[in-house]
Design a protein around this ligand. Sequence first.
Ligand SMILES: C[S@@+](CC[C@H](N)C(=O)[O-])C[C@H]1O[C@@H](n2cnc3c(N)ncnc32)[C@H](O)[C@@H]1O
Length: 234
Amino acid sequence: MIQPEASKRFWNRAARENAAWHIATGYTTESAEFFASGAREVDTFLSFAGLKLRGDERLLEIGSGVGRMTRRLAELAGSVVATDVSDEMLSRARTNLADLPNVSYVEVSGEGDLPVPDASVDAVFSYITMQHVPTAQAQERYFAEALRVLAPGGWALIQFRRGGVVPRMLDWVGHVWHLLRGRRTLSRAWRGARVAENTLRRHPSGDVTVDILPLGRRHIWVLARRSGGGALVR
Ligand SMILES: C[S@@+](CC[C@H](N)C(=O)[O-])C[C@H]1O[C@@H](n2cnc3c(N)ncnc32)[C@H](O)[C@@H]1O
């Protein structure tokens, strides 16, 4: 049994020690270039999924960290709810994004619940976060919750680890590589779990479509769209 508090402790400590270094390989400070990397990645992944933000959407980000990608998301959408298991990451994000009045911050348990009302957002986005969520059940719950909070016409774009032997081996190469550089990658709060793609394909209601979009050898993006509303289509 994995203690939910373990993720909070791990990521709070990571935020205190060196947040940037635990968030994005190659960075040790929350510099302009660190945020520029987040902007580039947001643009790349939205374009990869064929999605465009119009500027008036309510977007929720799962695992926002110190706001590396949140900054760009807040430029592109009407408002952003930045969620994270770590209150220390969120507190740094608050400071880093103090110039952005359209971002709000919500600490989550880390077990998959999103404490926002049904159908209250137009888009959900999550990058390099599910891979750290320590159980498949919690990842499934995040996915179910993302669908619950989506308004008609909305979409969720969430990155997960890819299944299979080769991705698992490559992940372990990555864990060892990071371990040698001082990250505590043997912790389950870093290694996370893997959820079966078929589980993600199943969805609770007929008005949601789910596409699995592989990118690279270790990850998939899961794109879910709720019909209706007339907003936010490709
Ligand atoms: C590698 S960082 C990525 C942050 C951000 N997505 C980015 O790319 O800049 C992973 C983030 O996920 C958060 N996280 C880890 N486990 C989580 C969980 N179970 N639920 C929510 N957030 C979690 C961590 O606190 C951290 O901020």
